[in-house]
Unconditional design. Structure first.
Length: 274
C-alpha cells in the first residue's frame, strides 16, 4: 500500500493533503474496500481504489461501491491500463454481490469521458458544482471542481457488452447523420493562438431524443494556453448540463472523431446502440 501512496504523489503532484495514506487503504481493504494495481515488471504504474457505500432510494438505503480514485503514471496513459483497472474493479465488485458503482470526474476532460462513457458504458444525469471545493493540485488549481457523478450498472447488457472480448465499435459522427439528432449549440474557433473552440453566448432550446454537445478536446492544454477561456467553458458547460439533466436527458455516449469531442445525451431510453 505504500507504493500506492507514493504513486498518488507522482500522479497528482502538489496535492499532499489529498493523498490517501497507506494505513487508510489497508483499513478500507479489510472492510470491503478494493485496491487494484497495474504493474510493469515489478513497478506499480497505475491503481484504482474504492470502498462500499450507501445511496438513498425511495425504498431506503441501497448498497453500492464508491470508486474514489484511479491514477496512472503519465507515461502509461492512453495505453489501455485505465480500462484494464476498471475491468478488474468490475469483476471484484460483482463478486461482492453489488451491481452499482459510482464515481466522479471532470466532465471537460475528454480522455476521461472517452473511457468512462464510451468504453465502460457508464451513464450520467448528475452534475455536482464545486464538488471538492478549491482544488490545490497542479491539474485542477484555479477552477471550480465541478464533476459528473456517473452510474455504472455493472450487471447490465450495456456494460457487459463493452467489457467483453469483442466490445462494440466506438461511435463516430457519421453514425448520427441519419439519427434524430439536435446539436445543442455550435462552437467556433477562438481568435487565440492555437484556435481553441469557444462556447457560444446562447444554446438552442431542448428538443428531440438525442443531443450532441461539444467540449474542448484537451481541456488541460487549454488551461495552460488560455485560462480565461477555460473558465468560460467551465461555467458554460455547467449551465448546459444542469439544464439538460433537469429536462430528463442522460449522458449515454461520447464521441471522439477527427480531433473533436462530443457528449451524446439521450432523452429517456433513446440510444443508437446498447
Amino acid at each position: 500500500m505504500t507504493a500506492v501512496e507514493e504513486l498518488q504523489r507522482a500522479v497528482w503532484p502538489g496535492s499532499e493533503t489529498d493523498v490517501v495514506p497507506a494505513h487508510m487503504l489497508i483499513t478500507a481493504v479489510h472492510n470491503g474496500g478494493i485496491v487494484a494495481g497495474a504493474f510493469v515488471e515489478d513497478r506499480i504504474v497505475g491503481f484504482v481504489f474504492g470502498f462500499p457505500g450507501l445511496e438513498s432510494t425511495p425504498d431506503g438505503p441501497r448498497p453500492k461501491h464508491c470508486s474514489h480514485m484511479m491514477g496512472i503514471r503519465p507515461e502509461y496513459r492512453d495505453s489501455g491500463l485505465g480500462f484494464a483497472l476498471k475491468r478488474a474493479q468490475w469483476q471484484m465488485v460483482r463478486h461482492q454481490g453489488l451491481d452499482h458503482i459510482t464515481w466522479t470526474y471532470d466532465p471537460l476532460l475528454s480522455r476521461n469521458a472517452h473511457l468512462n462513457i464510451a468504453k465502460l458504458g457508464a451513464v450520467c444525469n448528475t452534475y455536482r458544482r464545486s464538488e471538492y471545493g478549491d482544488m490545490r493540485d497542479g491539474l485542477n488549481a484555479g477552477l471550480p471542481s465541478d464533476r459528473f457523478q456517473v452510474d455504472w450498472w455493472i450487471n447490465t447488457r450495456r456494460v457487459e457488452r463493452r467489457l467483453s472480448k469483442r466490445p462494440r465499435r466506438l461511435l463516430k459522427l457519421d453514425d448520427f447523420s441519419k439519427a434524430e439528432l439536435h446539436p445543442f449549440y455550435e462552437t467556433h474557433a477562438s481568435s487565440t493562438a492555437g484556435g481553441w473552440i469557444r462556447p457560444p453566448e446562447h444554446f438552442s432550446p431542448l428538443e428531440g431524443h438525442l443531443l450532441l454537445t461539444e467540449i474542448p478536446s484537451d481541456f488541460n492544454a487549454l488551461k495552460e494556453a488560455d485560462f480565461p477561456l477555460a473558465r468560460d467553458w467551465r461555467f458554460f458547460s455547467r449551465e448546459i448540463f444542469e439544464t439538460a439533466f433537469a429536462a430528463g436527458y442522460i449522458v449515454t455516449d461520447f464521441v471522439f472523431d477527427h480531433g473533436r469531442s462530443f457528449y451524446v445525451l439521450s432523452n429517456g431510453e433513446s440510444t443508437l446502440q446498447p
